[in-house]
Unconditional design. Structure first.
Length: 202
């Protein structure tokens, strides 16, 4: 999983848009495709905190200063069509941690990016978001697809498919940390991780 942006944001509204065409479409073919296959889901967000990519987000399409005190941003988040396997479903008036990328001047996310309701973020994860994740952003955590993955360091990329409980505890209560001497990454298992395992695996 690789992301160039990480934010805490509240969903204000949801709409759909037809993607901008880079070339004139075949109108006959275009008109025959149901809207749910081509329309992007677009969420209007109130960005409460930017953890990564602040400068880039300020320059994305649809981003403006928001609120009576002008301390937050209003931005558009573009996601794949409803029927796409990478679709994202967000609830209005809910605060999320959202990660994504900026493509062609638009803030985007998809099903493979980390997104979680803020109320579900653990104490360790909040500490990681504020400090450890940024310091260790060159580590590959879990699966990764695309050419940019070749630049990431291994060590935290294996997923324990046969032990979902361990994977759950690891993601909620541990950090992936870079070993600068050996130029690789490894999981740092905190006390909360062992407590989590003890609760789930007697």
């Amino acid at each position: 999983m690789f992301a160039s942006t990480a934010i805490r944001a509240k969903v204000l509204s949801e709409t759909t848009e037809v993607p901008t065409q880079t070339e004139p479409p075949d109108l006959e073919l275009f008109d025959s495709i149901p809207n749910e296959f081509i329309q992007e889901q677009v969420y209007t967000l109130r960005i409460l905190k930017v953890y990564k990519g602040a400068m880039e987000i300020n320059n994305t399409e649809g981003t403006v200063v928001y609120g009576s005190r002008k301390r937050t941003l209003r931005a558009k988040l573009y996601t794949p069509a409803r029927v796409s396997s990478c679709r994202v479903s967000l609830q209005k008036n809910t605060v999320y941690l959202l990660t994504g990328q900026i493509l062609k001047g638009r803030l985007r996310t998809g099903g493979c990016k980390w997104r979680t309701e803020w109320s579900q973020i653990t104490r360790k994860q909040r500490a990681g978001i504020k400090r450890f994740y940024g310091e260790n952003c060159m580590c590959q955590v879990g699966m990764c697809f695309g050419s940019s993955c070749n630049k990431l360091l291994k060590g935290c990329d294996k997923v324990e498919w046969r032990s979902r409980l361990k994977e759950h505890c690891k993601s909620k209560n541990s950090y992936c940390v870079r070993d600068w001497k050996e130029d690789k990454c490894a999981w740092r298992m905190a006390t909360d991780y062992r407590k989590c395992l003890k609760r789930l695996i007697p």
